[in-house]
Design a protein around this ligand. Sequence first.
Ligand code: 48C
Length: 305
Amino acid sequence: MVMSKIEILYTKAESNSEFVLLYKQPSVLVGRTDVVSVTPWLAPIVWVKTFDPTLINFIYKQQNITIATTVFALGKYTRFLKDFLESAEQYYFVGFRVHYYLFTDQPEAVPDVKLSEEHQLTVRKVPSMDRWQDISMGRMGILEKLTKSELDNDTDYIFCLDVDTKFYGPWGAETLGRLVGVIHPWFYDYKRTKFQYERRPESQAFIPVEEGDYYYTAAAFGGTVQEVYKLTKTCREQQSIDAAKSIEAIWHEESHLNKYLLYNKPSKLLSPEYLWRHIDIRRKHVKMIRLSHVAKNNAEVRLNN
Ligand code: 48C
């Protein structure tokens, strides 16, 4: 008598009280050839169709993990919260335990978004700042404190995301790793000499023209709590040293993040699928958009320019 796949599945389940997963056989010879999916230091570069999301989520679901996720919404940026949170509930670590930490100067402006029961939200009031550059860079110091001692010790991973973004596709356990950098959506096909690194030697974020791996965005980064603590602490320290000399790196905390990830190589890189420019812009290699910046009129939404 021929048993159907599902019967085999449940039979195995009864025998060793394990739910086994059946999935397509992996291959060492056949795979995506239009993009590179591993760095020279053998860190995976995550693109759709280079991994099996069902398998990876199944593996991590066994580990009972918690993912902290931070987002900052100060001044007029509170207007982005509703779309960010509602779209996150649709696509971001669905079925996993997620703890959002929302930093804002206007707690009363936080929209009431229904979260799944494994997801929770903590609102933290932070003082307003009158320059968007200070708000952006100030995140590093706040994240340093959070990751140093304010997370429950059952929090395994953390992602730090820009709020003027929206999810359009699944973001799952394939993104988890020790130290995770996200490739910037504007420069992924640029030569390193054209990366907008900080080029003034007097800045702590300085990177010489003959150096550089990738250009990472500061709009999304993550990893284990310990690794993100080291990253944010270093960026905050370097930003303070520059500030004491009245130097502000060309792209603020993003310049310091790039300096850090050049000399502390990420263990995993996320392709621009994980932080795209705009939902209406399409590029050949980006076959799926999972998180994207949303259109905003900088002049209108930022306090200063
Ligand atoms: O919350 C604010 N308010 C502001 O006035 C300026 C920035 N920010 C936070 O900093 C938001 O979380 C922004 O996403 C982040 C910096 N990123 C940006 O302003 C654009 N994504 C470049």
